[in-house]
Design a protein around this ligand. Structure first.
Ligand code: ADP
Ligand code: ZN
Length: 761
């Protein structure tokens, strides 16, 4: 309760009550929008026994005392101390929507992600819950016990007596309509009874419909194989320790990780606790849902296509302890489980676990925090762990569990590369599909197999590359790929703003004619149809998969064999498990490799490894062909060998040398505005003030920029960014926080800070 807030109250007109009582209950309130600080209010007498931290309240605010909605985040009893506070008006919900644990988590998020607490709370509670979707306020009628005891002694008409007896006999309170219908009486009779004080009425929220769990067949456990046994014992060890601990399961695709999760969950449920399973939204296929539902009866699946009503209903079931397992994407990390026992985080390296609007949280880091607070284990799993988690495992902070083999010792698919440099030099190929790839596809289709072709969606960034030797134009300052800006005919570094004229010939091999553009999935689809007109082909990317259900329909068509060639973006790289896929082709592994993003190599490694995991699932085996201009790149070489360790060993020293995560924290600041010059000027001011602030903290740091963001103009706004790095996370965040106080707001220029950014575009 800062002096600033008290000051604010003293300036306002006296809507408060003078309070001489020595003990008063004061509620600290944050608003869901508007001013960011905490405001103190007096809790009125009748609310004292009801209010808890986590309740939403209505409070008079400002000079006009208009009612605003806020969250009670703390309560304190104490002497008045001469403070005169306004009184809370009312409670919005019957019970606190936020448990102390979730409230604590939200506080941590506000602090860590540099975001107002009110805004964090709004995103922690689903909109459907806040709006109480699917419920309505009803007046419920009942007969007080003391009235019921002497009904026959009352002076009532026959009709009145009949109605009163009917209501007294009802096991639950009834609405006016229910009573009038059930007792076959008019509203007038009920009103008369209420007037006499014989019927009590109460306003309460009631459900407008009932949730029914889908019926599923029960499936038996698999007997764990040796690797699964070791992994499971390790996780059970954590569970039985009764303490928080994090395990990182590094298991190749198809090693049976999910089965380990399921059996660990079984254990926790046995103690009457709940488990939360986080998976990427894209992996929430009906098959995956079925897998959990068939093992555990009481499962809530949370996904983005849910209506507010459904979401609210699931939330209530979870909060009521009616659900054993919650399976969901990012926001399921806030599931209000009353007695959490375990959190599982599958595909922990996935970028979709980071929210790209405020609060820009990463669900894995929030889960870690939550598990620490609630003293429960966290299990992370991936075939390609993030280097952040990998390093923590290397340092002993996470327990590393290795599952290096597929179940039944199925071999991992053979991965070969196709060198696009020679393809181009010899002019053997036209289009995106090389001669070798074409021949392999032909063969597989002839054998009645299916083909998956991957072309990375992020191919829009036009890096400059020599088709002769594969050389990519890089920034001399930061070793990031330079981006071609067609309008100005310049190549620019999106990190430090270095720019130059694009060369006419390759600086390395003098090949005349650098290439500027990539190809998109749409163009690839046309090429595939032209090359293989007799084989049905389907494109899956964010453009074609807009409508709800389209994803499932596409996968079903592929599963049923109606579609022979599935092509798409990284959307198709995950989770698909089709035994008839005999060939996976990566059209250009380099598109992700040369993005102006320090995680470019990591993403490429992950993508190639994940997509390679889509084949070799059946008895017929499978192979992978990767088209690339840089077959000798460490990320590609390691992916070809299915060798995560090798990749990590190559990549980590680079990160360390350049003070990148996981060796340092990063905050990315994005400044945007409608006019280019003032926006850049503002970004420069931010950079200067930030440098001064962090310099004063006396910690090592690096600030790159301001530079134009790779997506320099978005929705008519110019974007500049700063990349701020320091091994001292707290000092770095503190420096950014201090900007809010020292920066003058500018007209039409906004800035945001992204802590631990994943998106560098
Ligand atoms: P991951 O999650 O590591 O990719 P999954 O758990 O999906 O692997 O397992 C791959 C396949 O192997 C699944 O079809 C699963 O049903 C099957 N499987 C897993 N464990 C066993 C086991 N112990 N015995 C037989 N089949 C298993
Ligand atoms: Zn640079």
């Amino acid at each position: 309760m800062s002096s600033e807030q008290q000051h604010l109250f003293e300036l306002e007109p006296p809507a408060w009550e003078a309070d001489d009582a020595s003990e008063q209950l004061v509620a600290a309130i944050v608003l869901s929008s508007g001013p960011e600080q905490t405001f103190d209010y007096l809790v009125p007498e009748e609310m004292r026994s009801l209010i808890e931290p986590g309740h939403r309240v209505q409070a008079p605010f400002g000079k006009s005392n208009r009612l605003v909605v806020g969250y009670c985040v703390a309560l304190a009893t104490g002497p008045a101390q001469g403070r005169r506070l306004k009184k809370l008006d009312s409670l919005v919900d019957e019970r606190a929507l936020l448990s102390p644990a979730i409230l604590e988590l939200a506080r941590w998020m506000a602090d860590y992600y540099l975001c107002p607490l009110g805004q964090v709370l709004e995103s922690v509670l689903p909109a459907g819950v806040r709006q109480q979707a699917g419920t309505r306020l009803a007046t419920l009628l009942s007969v007080p016990t003391e009235v019921a005891a002497r009904v026959t002694q009352l002076d009532l008409s026959d009709k009145q007596l009949r109605v009163l007896l009917y209501l007294a006999a009802s096991p639950q309170a009834l609405t006016l309509k229910q009573l009038a219908y059930g007792a076959k009486c008019s509203a007038g009779i009920i009103a008369a009874l209420r007037k006499k004080g014989l019927i009590r009425s109460e306003a309460r929220r009631i459900d407008t419909s009932e949730y029914v769990d889908p019926l599923v067949e029960h499936e038996e456990h698999f007997e764990p194989n040796a690797d699964q046994r070791v992994a499971l014992d390790s996780v059970l060890g954590l569970i039985h320790s009764g303490q928080h601990g994090t395990a990182l399961i590094h298991g190749v695709t198809g090693s049976g990780k999910t089965e380990v999760y399921i059996q660990a969950i079984q254990e926790v449920i046995g103690f009457g606790r709940q488990a939360i399973v986080l998976v990427p939204e894209i992996s929430l296929t009906p098959q995956a849902q079925q897998r959990f539902r068939s093992r555990f009866g009481r499962v809530a699946v949370l996904h983005s296509h849910m209506t507010d009503v459904e979401r609210h209903r699931h939330w209530e079931r979870i909060a009521g302890g009616d659900v054993s397992v919650v399976v969901g994407a990012r926001s399921a990390v806030f599931a209000p489980t009353p007695n959490l026992g375990l959190v599982i985080f599958d595909e922990e390296h996935e970028g979709s676990f980071k929210q790209d609007t405020a609060p820009r949280y990463h669900a894995r880091d929030v889960a870690l925090q939550r598990c620490r607070h609630e003293n429960v284990p966290l299990v992370l799993g991936s075939a390609t762990p993030s280097l952040e988690s990998w390093r923590r495992a290397q340092q002993g902070e996470f327990k590393l569990i290795s599952m290096p083999r597929r179940v039944f010792n199925r071999p991992l698919p053979a991965v070969g590369t196709i060198d696009l440099r020679s393809e181009f030099r010899d002019r053997r190929s036209r289009g995106a599909i090389s001669r070798q790839m074409h021949i392999a596809m032909e063969q597989v289709l002839k054998d009645n197999g299916q083909v998956i072709l991957l072309l990375n969606r992020r191919g829009f960034a036009t890096h400059v590359q020599c088709p002769g030797c594969g050389f990519v134009l890089k920034c001399p300052e930061c070793q990031m790929a330079l981006t071609h800006h067609q309008a100005e005919h310049r190549v620019i570094c999106h990190h430090c703003d270095h720019h130059e004229q694009p060369p006419h010939a390759c600086p390395q091999c003098q090949f005349p004619g650098m290439r500027y553009s990539g190809i998109g999935t749409q163009k690839l689809e046309a090429e595939v149809r032209a090359r293989f007109p007799e084989h049905p082909c389907l494109r899956m990317d964010t453009d074609t998969m807009q409508r709800p259900g389209s994803h499932e329909r596409a996968l079903k068509a592929f599963h049923d064999g109606q579609v022979r060639i599935l092509l798409g973006t990284q959307m198709i790289a995950k989770g698909l498990d089709f035994p008839n896929v005999l060939l996976v082709g990566v059209i250009n592994a380099d598109t992700a490799l040369h993005l102006p993003d320090f995680r470019a190599a990591e993403r490429t490694f992950q993508l190639v490894t994940q997509v390679a995991g889509r084949t070799g699932r059946g008895a017929q085996g499978g192979r992978v062909l990767v088209q690339t201009f840089s077959p000798e790149h460490p990320a590609i070489e390691a992916a070809v060998r299915h060798d995560f360790q090798r990749f990590a060993d190559c990549e980590l020293p680079v990160r360390e040398a350049l003070m990148y995560p996981p060796y340092a924290s990063m905050v990315r600041i994005i400044v945007r505005g409608s006019l280019e010059e003032p926006t850049l000027a503002y970004a420069t001011t931010i950079a200067d003030q930030l440098k001064a602030a962090i310099d004063a903290a006396n910690v090592p740091f690096r600030i790159l920029g301001p530079a134009p963001a790779p997506i320099h103009k978005l929705r008519n706004l110019f974007r500049f960014h700063l990349q701020c790095q320091s091994p001292e996370s707290a000092a770095l965040r503190e420096a950014v926080r201090s900007l809010a106080g020292s920066l003058k707001p500018a007209d039409e220029v906004q800035w945001i800070a992204d802590v631990d950014p994943l998106d560098m575009m």
